[in-house]
Design a protein around this ligand. Structure first.
Ligand SMILES: NC(=O)c1ccc[n+]([C@@H]2O[C@H](COP(=O)([O-])OP(=O)(O)OC[C@H]3O[C@@H](n4cnc5c(N)ncnc54)[C@H](OP(=O)(O)O)[C@@H]3O)[C@@H](O)[C@H]2O)c1
Length: 248
């Protein structure tokens, strides 16, 4: 068992691509031991990147097993980022239980599972722990077709506020990050939707063409900076929703 108390430990869910993968790289570059998780394996060109486990965040038992294995490997967990999420655009009247379960199961219950397991871990050991849950601007602005995704992220914001207050005395610092639009697989899946189904697709493509879309490596850097600041003793309370570049 490696237990280097000088090297902080970070868990990132949704680590196989996009922001999650950039976060793994960024935390590693800052000297963290990193454990990533997602359902699929890492792509072939990810040699050298963080240890990676196959975990479906909807599976509470598997999330707990994963957390235990990280603690067995590294001794403790200092930062936990609930980044895994899925996005599907459909109108409320066209939705079905399967779609709602997929989105709420991943984006909300997946965050519940990670938050609960990490909060329990922080309670049981000395020192601070930083919990970061990914939200989105659409948590605060409903748009046609975004009901399930927006509802899941709005719920994540309230859940995070609650757990921050509940576990403050145990040393947990919990906040959300609203990264703004980033050029990832999730974002690109929206550009490709037919405008009949999703009229905003053209606007999003145009914003991307004008360079008005974030690079997840820049966002990852800002998140890791904030996580590092929150780990320092006496750090001021985090904002409930951290905006990496003051955009939502
Ligand atoms: N991209 C944007 O413009 C944007 C804007 C605002 C907020 N966000 C938020 O930022 C975060 C990262 O988004 P992204 O754009 O990087 O997304 P992405 O490219 O689609 O990546 C999502 C990651 O989540 C993993 N994942 C999905 N379902 C999972 C499950 N059930 N269990 C474990 N892992 C799962 C995926 O891997 P597997 O498929 O292998 O499991 C993948 O690694 C998300 O929370 C998203 O809602 C994104």
């Amino acid at each position: 068992m490696s237990n280097d108390s000088h090297q902080p430990v970070c868990v990132v869910t949704g680590a196989s691509r996009g922001l999650g993968r950039a976060l793994c790289q960024e935390f590693e570059d800052r000297g963290f031991q990193v454990a990533g998780a997602s359902r699929s394996a890492l792509p072939d060109n990810s040699e050298g990147l963080a240890a990676h486990d196959s975990v479906n965040v909807q599976d509470e038992r598997r999330v707990r097993e994963f957390a235990n294995s990280v603690v067995a490997r590294h001794g403790r967990i200092d930062v936990w980022v609930n980044n895994a999420a899925v996005m599907e655009v459909f109108r409320v009247a066209d939705g079905d239980a399967e779609r709602w379960n997929r989105i709420l199961g991943t984006n909300l219950l997946g965050v519940v599972n990670g938050s609960a397991v990490f909060a329990e871990h922080v309670r049981g050991r000395p020192g601070a722990g930083v919990l970061i849950n990914l939200t989105a601007g659409s948590a605060r602005a409903a748009r046609p077709g975004w009901a399930a995704y927006s509802a899941s992220k709005a719920a994540v914001e309230r859940l995070t506020e609650a757990v921050a207050a509940e576990e403050r005395d145990a040393g947990l610092r919990a906040f959300c990050v609203s990264p703004g639009a980033m050029d990832t697989a999730m974002q690109r899946s929206l550009w490709e939707l037919p405008e009949s189904e999703f009229p905003e697709a053209r606007e999003l493509r145009e914003r991307a063409a004008r360079g008005l879309i974030g690079d997840c490596r820049d966002i990852a850097r800002r998140i890791a900076e904030e996580a590092g600041a929150q780990l320092r003793p006496g750090a001021p309370e985090p904002d409930p929703v951290f905006l990496p570049f003051r955009a939502s």
